[in-house]
Write a protein that binds this ligand. Structure first.
Ligand SMILES: Cc1cc2nc3c(=O)[nH]c(=O)nc-3n(C[C@H](O)[C@H](O)[C@H](O)COP(=O)(O)OP(=O)(O)OC[C@H]3O[C@@H](n4cnc5c(N)ncnc54)[C@H](O)[C@@H]3O)c2cc1C
Length: 384
């Protein structure tokens, strides 16, 4: 087993780093770090990401996407600053959901603009009363001629204020009076809804919002079919998202490690560089161990998905383990910096807030632990 990158993978990583340096960091630096990026700036970033296939990484080439292996996608995604990854990843995952779970007509209508980065997508599942149990959604769609009428509220939705297309999970009535889960593509050009910005602790340059559907009329042709490549859809979106989110934590912890390592070399106390003290060396060793083990556990889950293996437990473990480890690693890096670690100027406090924010989307630590436990025991801890 060779764990080094192939030359092709190295090229992908280098290309992603170059894009970040040339096109993403200048935009992040030029905008308020405590406010969501304006839509025009996000579209500039998506256009550049499209050049590398990152707006449609999971869509096969014959469907107009990049057809990347998940591990290769992860290697590139790891390079993207998480406040941008939290915009790009929901956009890309929604595009994949449209590719694998929609009709050819719907794909043709929505995908070209999303793949090119000319429009922005998102997925709305969570509601004020419904988080970890997405099957319990209450937003309802009722039929009215050739339209559906959407009523309900969604919460904590990435990209909702700036999106052009929202993939909404809701309930629809069956003829016998029962209800079923349904997905509807809400096109902002033809259907109106309110989106209210939410002010969060971290990743503040990524838009996050509450959404109100107040009898929002959506053409019936935007209802996604019941059938589709459901197994592929679930594997490539829910499962693969988790290690990708874990790699956001790795990106942040690597930055914290780089900062702590160089500070330990230049900061002097008691007439010596603090890096010469054994306790500081121990902290640095702990941080590096967290970064490398987190990275590997995420790569491992993505590679298992590429091999077509069942990766439910591995992907849950990857996100939970890496976010937990990286959170602690960032705290240690702050400690190495003393008071400077807490200063807004240095930016480590922002990294600490960002890494903490990553722990919630795509599964809380508790839920991910239970998913892994379910894989190990074969017993469902959620429903009897
Ligand atoms: C930055 C960010 C971006 C997001 N982006 C999106 C998005 O684009 N689209 C979207 O639909 N949603 C999004 N979300 C929402 C996210 O998916 C939910 O917040 C998450 O699923 C958890 O739901 P909740 O916050 O309602 O917590 P809850 O489900 O209410 O959980 C509260 C606590 O109870 C625990 N808990 C719940 N059930 C159990 C159980 N059975 N056993 C033990 N413990 C349990 C949880 O682990 C947690 O600690 C985002 C959230 C954040 C923070």
């Amino acid at each position: 087993m060779d764990l080094s990158l192939t030359s092709e993978q190295q090229l992908m990583v280098d290309a992603a780093k170059k894009m970040v340096d040339r096109h993403i960091q200048p935009i992040l630096a030029a905008n308020d770090r405590d406010r969501p990026l304006p839509k025009a700036e996000i579209l500039k970033i998506l256009a550049k990401a499209a050049d590398l296939g990152l707006t449609a990484a999971r869509i096969p080439e014959e469907g107009g996407g990049a057809g990347l292996r998940m591990l290769d996608y992860g290697l590139m995604a790891e390079q993207i600053p998480p406040s941008v990854a939290l915009i790009l990843q929901p956009h890309e995952a929604t595009s994949a959901r449209i590719h694998f779970g929609c009709t050819p007509e719907q794909r043709e209508r929505f995908l070209p603009d999303l793949v090119a980065g000319r429009k922005i997508a998102c997925t709305a599942s969570t509601e004020p009363d419904v988080g970890s149990d997405p099957r319990a959604v209450k937003t309802v769609a009722t039929e009215d001629g050739d339209h559906l009428v959407l009523k309900g509220r969604k919460q904590w939705i990435s990209n909702a204020t700036v999106c052009d297309v929202m993939n909404v999970t809701c309930r629809m009535a069956n003829p016998d009076g029962s209800t079923r889960l349904a997905r509807i593509l809400v096109d902002r050009g033809e259907s109106s809804f309110e989106a209210r910005e939410l002010d969060m602790m971290g990743l503040r340059q990524a838009p996050l919002a509450e959404v109100l559907f107040d009898s929002c009329r959506v053409p019936r042709r935007n209802l996604c079919p019941d059938t589709g490549d459901t197994a592929r859809l679930l594997t490539l979106t829910w499962l693969a998202n988790r290690p990708l989110v874990g790699l956001m934590a790795v990106n942040l912890a690597q930055k914290a490690l780089d900062a702590a390592r160089s500070y330990a070399g230049v900061r002097k106390q008691f007439g010596r560089a603090i890096g010469s003290f054994q306790l500081i060396q121990q902290d640095l060793a702990e941080i590096e161990t967290a970064v490398i083990s987190s990275r590997l556990v995420c790569y491992n889950a993505l590679a298992a998905i590429d091999r077509g293996e069942r990766a439910n437990g591995l992907s849950a473990m990857a996100k939970r383990y890496s976010v937990d480890c990286c959170d602690r690693a960032v705290a240690l890096a702050m400690r190495i910096h003393g008071a400077m670690g807490l200063s807004r100027e240095l930016g480590l406090e922002q990294i600490a807030r960002d890494v903490r924010t990553i722990s919630i989307p795509d599964g809380t630590p508790g839920i991910l632990m239970l998913i892994q436990g379910r894989e190990l025991t074969g017993i469902d801890p959620f429903r009897s």
